[in-house]
Design a protein around this ligand. Structure first.
Ligand SMILES: Cc1cc2nc3c(=O)[nH]c(=O)nc-3n(C[C@H](O)[C@H](O)[C@H](O)COP(=O)(O)O)c2cc1C
Length: 219
């Protein structure tokens, strides 16, 4: 697949089949992501690739912490969503719920859909991405680049993915289940597997602002 096709076609998968990704393919995906550029080449990302019984334990712990309201995030959360950020967030959210036939006012159905984050939308693998605490904002930026490359590399090799901040909002549970040391901070999760091609949630695509909205050409 050409690089521009990967960028144009990748999407966030929210319904996976149970089929595991062959280890050789996973290794190829992570080897490509490892090429990510970073501040002073520090490469602050570390990944716990969780599958099998450990994945079950993590999912169970996450659902318990969400239900008990004992969550928390290692990284600071956004201050809020106003103006264009609120509009884009809403548009993406409405497209998601519309694809599933969930009415905007149906809070219960929306909550149930949100909870699917914590069973990784049935993906057989979930990568937990952490950064080094001392690397601060720059470490988080580098991990963002790593995640982007991971998603695109996976797509090229036929593996569906979804990045998940929802999992990072339950960092105490992630830390406990994976026994993370103090100096590692949870950035996000990326679930990986094969897309359930017939599921309606995988049919919608998000839009993007124009280049003019984002780029100022200065000369
Ligand atoms: C860092 C990051 C965290 C995200 N967290 C979640 C999440 O917790 N749950 C979810 O359903 N989607 C999550 N997404 C997916 C975004 O909603 C999605 O990337 C965006 O709407 C653009 O759609 P696309 O990925 O299909 O192009 C996240 C994306 C990023 C980059």
């Amino acid at each position: 697949m050409e690089f521009h096709s990967v960028l144009e076609e990748r999407w966030s998968c929210r319904a996976f089949t149970a089929q595991e990704v062959p280890e050789a393919t996973l290794r190829q995906v992570f080897a490509l992501a490892q090429r990510t550029a970073s501040w002073c080449n520090t490469q602050p990302w570390q990944v716990h690739l969780v599958s099998g019984e450990a994945r079950e334990r993590l999912a169970k712990g996450l659902v318990e912490s969400v239900v008990s309201g004992s969550g928390g995030s290692d990284l600071p959360m956004p201050g809020g969503y106003v103006g264009v950020y609120q509009e884009r967030r809403r548009e993406a959210g409405y497209a998601l719920y519309e694809s599933l036939g969930i009415a905007r006012e149906d809070r219960e159905a929306r909550d149930l859909q949100m909870l699917k984050n914590f069973s990784f939308f049935d993906a057989p693998h979930v990568a937990i991405i952490t950064t080094d605490a001392d690397q601060g904002v720059y470490g988080a930026i580098d991990c963002g680049g790593y995640v982007a490359n991971l998603l695109n590399a996976a797509h090229e090799l036929g593996v569906a993915t979804i990045p998940q901040a929802a999992v990072a909002m339950q960092s105490p549970t992630v830390r406990e289940v994976l026994d993370l040391p103090e100096d590692r901070l949870v950035v996000c999760a990326v679930s990986l597997g094969f897309a359930d091609a017939d599921h309606p949630v995988n049919a919608f695509r998000t839009s993007r602002a124009t280049v003019e909205d984002s780029v100022v050409f200065v000369s």
